[in-house]
Design a protein around this ligand. Structure first.
Ligand code: G1P
Length: 297
């Protein structure tokens, strides 16, 4: 039986140590990418794919996240008084975007553990997981395509990107077989952050998943893996190796634009890439950037 997927789970409990001290008192998901916090891009993506029920798995610094998706009366009143309707619209847009729920992770025991915290909210339905470090360009479709495949195959779907073999150690990496559909592969095995030598391919999981609810039982029994953490990839490997449990695992191969905000260098690149394409900033930024780059040693 196929369900209409309505729920998105967004893990946001990481400590953000790569961005200290900016993340000392603020979750890394609130770091601005141009003029929006990274997390808002991800929520917008979920909403664009039809998912309006968002569950965030948060940690100690969750206040800023909750405030961002809530009303802020004083600011709204000030903007209204000034007649700054454009900014008021931006403020309200984030508030009205989706129905956002929160659950705390408690001990940060890894991505698999974070996803397991969604069990009560999700119940027995397929659901999406979106990781905040990856931003998918809103002109390219990924999540809606994954949801479509989930409905057709009644299976687990991961997003795969072909990466340079030198960076496979940063990702969950898939063993794949072609299917009858050009952008879909069958995933027969998964390994979390392998060395270049041990990687089964250069097809890396980027942070989008459409999961069957059976993942919860598997996560309950998944032992700590890489880095001593309960890894979502390890639970997915169990599903890939036992396709009779919940239809196995398939990958939608993404060939669009994706921005990584996971570390400082990629974060800076993401901001520049997104800003040069914006109508309000691009026309001034592009010539400045060219000029600036000319003198770079
Ligand atoms: C996580 C997952 C990994 C996946 C990656 C995508 O790793 O564990 O399998 O490839 O996200 O961004 P992290 O980047 O949180 O270390």
């Amino acid at each position: 039986m196929s369900f209409k997927i309505t729920k998105a789970v967004i893990p946001a409990a990481g400590l953000g140590t790569r961005f200290l001290p900016a993340t000392k008192a603020m979750p890394k998901e609130m770091l601005p990418v141009v003029d929006k916090p990274a997390i808002q891009y991800v929520v917008e993506e979920a909403v664009a794919a039809g998912l309006t029920d968002v569950l965030m798995i948060t940690g100690r610094n969750k206040n800023a996240l909750e405030n961002h998706f809530d009303r802020v009366g004083e600011l709204e009143a000030t903007l209204l008084q000034k007649g700054d309707i454009e900014r008021l619209r931006k403020v309200n847009y984030a508030t009205d975007l989706a129905e956002v729920h929160y659950v705390r992770q408690g001990d940060p025991k890894g991505l698999g553990h974070a996803v397991l915290r969604a069990r009560m909210h999700v119940g027995h339905e397929p659901f999406a997981v979106l990781l905040g470090d990856d931003i998918i360009d809103d002109r390219d479709v990924l999540l809606a395509r994954m949801i479509e495949e989930q409905g057709l195959r009644n299976a687990t779907i991961v997003a795969l990107l072909e990466v340079d073999p030198s960076v496979v150690h940063m990702y969950g990496v898939a063993t794949i077989e072609a299917t009858e559909t050009d952008d879909v592969v069958r995933v027969t095995g998964l390994v979390e952050k392998p060395t270049k030598e041990n990687a089964p391919s250069n097809y890396a999981i980027i942070g989008r998943y459409v999961l069957q609810p059976e993942i919860f039982d598997i996560l309950e029994h998944t032992k700590p893996g890489k880095g001593g953490e309960i890894q979502l990839t390890d639970a997915l490997e169990t599903l890939a190796a036992n396709p009779s449990i919940a239809g196995g695992v398939y990958g939608v191969v993404f060939r669009g634009r994706r921005y990584d905000t996971g570390d400082r260098l990629d974060y800076i690149k993401a901001i520049v890439q997104l800003a040069v394409e914006r109508d309000d900033l691009g026309p001034d930024l592009r010539p400045w950037l060219k000029e600036f780059a000319k003198d770079l040693k």
